[in-house]
Design a binder for this molecule. Structure first.
Ligand code: ADP
Ligand code: ASP
Ligand code: MG
Length: 438
């Protein structure tokens, strides 16, 4: 079985949706994972924001806009009157569900349920569209099998068991459609896998059913060597290892959700990145093996905060770093970069939820400095342990850019640099010229 995921830009235009119908037209059984139409999850977030400030007029205006957008889409795309009618009805039902919430005081549970409606709507429209083309798809609710545990981590065993159970109900079917992004949490409530989470859904499903491959179809012809939103002249990469792809996703390559590679890597399932609007383009194959070494790509992650702890107690002492890291562990705050000197340690974090409490505890160790609005620029590739000259090429390219921290040697796949967010774009462009000669 294959798992084929289409993102918001792919599903969000009638042309994109008809391409999807063509792309999935093979005899191989498949689970098709769909995101919400592009922009819908943002609109749903805005509706929740309006409801939190009791602006039900604004919320209703946004719901009406969603309704007319989807109704127009259905009228353009679906020819069969029967399926068109059914699609209109399901869209209304989902939006009326949100309208009912505009009369109450919103809470977190309702917010998550509202955020789930984008994927509910897109999968229903696609289901009726496929039926109008004479296909016999099955629409599976992700809420019946996708689940996270108490630590917001996917519950792989539950997912595999319950997905098997759902699939076993339809032994002769070939096309299964389901929602990306949405899930239930440990309490059985509607929840989600965080923004961009449909990629994660696809790889979790792929791992659960031990798929032959996972395909992520989007609006670009694969992973590019640099961020095309900031840099002109980027080019697609044909092959990446799981490790390289995971680093790029984690450090800001928006084409993949940060956690989406791990489940595929654990089960050794190849992942293809492909372009819905240009299916003939090769795209990127992410797998265990790679033929090429050296620099592959650059990505950048914003919203980074650096914390420096300076202490005389560090000098010639052991156990100091452990005490510092324990503070971050207690507040469940992941650390991205670390550098140390004999008297100071600097770390970066991207989650400020517990920053205040963390700082208070760290002040017990020495003088603490905090620096915000930083970005990690991450150069990814296969840097052979005995290789040389990689760092020199990077520093030469970045000689005009102030660098705050450097991390090299943590793995053979990643050289990370911390810069001011205001310098990020210039750094990415400089690396494109200096490292990739583009
Ligand atoms: P989808 O809606 O299909 O999930 P996303 O917008 O989440 O699509 O991801 C695709 C976008 O990721 C591209 O349009 C591109 O702007 C952005 N992107 C950022 N970095 C990269 C990269 N290194 N390679 C390709 N795309 C990238
Ligand atoms: N619809 C969700 C979002 O916009 C999930 C996704 O697109 O992957 O974040
Ligand atoms: Mg995405």
């Amino acid at each position: 079985m294959e798992v084929i995921k289409f993102g918001g830009t792919s599903v969000g235009s009638p042309e994109g949706m008809s391409n999807i119908a063509r792309i999935i037209k093979s005899k191989t059984p498949k689970i098709v994972v769909l995101s919400a139409f592009s922009g819908d999850t943002n609109t749903l977030e805005k509706i929740c924001k309006a409801l939190y400030v009791k602006d039900s007029e604004e919320a209703n205006k946004l719901i009406d806009q969603l309704e007319s957008k989807h109704n127009q889409f259905i009228d353009t795309l679906i020819e069969s009157e029967l399926e068109k009618e059914a699609a209109h009805e399901t869209v209304s039902a989902h939006l009326n569900g949100i309208r009912a919430y505009t009369k109450k005081l919103i809470n977190l549970f309702m917010e998550r349920s509202i955020l789930a409606q984008g994927e509910m709507i897109s999968t229903n429209i696609f289901y009726h569209y496929l039926r109008s083309l004479g296909e016999k798809p099955v629409l599976l609710s992700a809420l019946d099998f996708m689940r996270i545990d108490n630590s917001a981590e996917p519950d792989a065993k539950y997912i595999a068991e319950n997905l098997d159970f759902e699939l076993a109900k339809y032994p002769n079917k070939e096309i299964f459609i389901t929602q990306g992004y949405i899930c239930r949490n440990a309490y059985g409530e509607i929840d989600n896998l965080k923004r961009g989470g449909s990629d994660y859904t696809a790889s979790l499903i792929g791992a659960a059913i031990k798929a032959s491959n996972i395909q992520i179809w989007t609006d670009i012809d694969g992973m590019h060597n640099n961020d095309p939103r900031y840099v002109p002249n980027t080019k697609p990469i044909k092959e990446l290892t799981f490790k390289e792809a995971a680093e790029l996703a984690y450090f800001g390559a928006k084409i993949l959700h940060p956690s989406s590679i791990r489940p595929a890597e654990e089960k050794g399932i190849p992942v293809w990145l492909k372009n819905t609007m240009k299916p003939e383009a090769y795209g990127t194959l992410i797998s265990d093996s790679t033929q090429s070494h050296g620099f592959k790509a650059v990505a950048a992650k914003d919203g980074i905060t650096a914390i420096k702890i300076r202490s005389g107690r560090m000098l010639m002492a052991y156990g100091f770093l452990r005490s510092v890291f324990e503070v971050f562990e207690r507040f469940k705050t992941p650390i991205d970069m670390i550098t140390t000197s004999e008297v100071a340690v600097s770390v970066t974090i991207d989650d400020e939820t517990h920053l205040e409490e963390t700082l208070k505890e760290l002040e017990g160790f020495g003088q603490v400095e905090v620096d915000r609005d930083l970005s990690i620029v991450c150069v990814v590739g296969d840097f052979l342990q005995d290789g040389h000259g990689y760092a020199a090429i990077i520093f030469e390219a970045l000689k005009e850019i102030p660098i705050r921290m450097i991390s090299y040697g943590g793995s053979n796949n990643n050289i990370s640099l911390l810069v001011r967010s205001g310098d990020k774009k210039a750094a990415l462009i400089a690396l494109n010229k200096g490292v990739f000669k583009l």
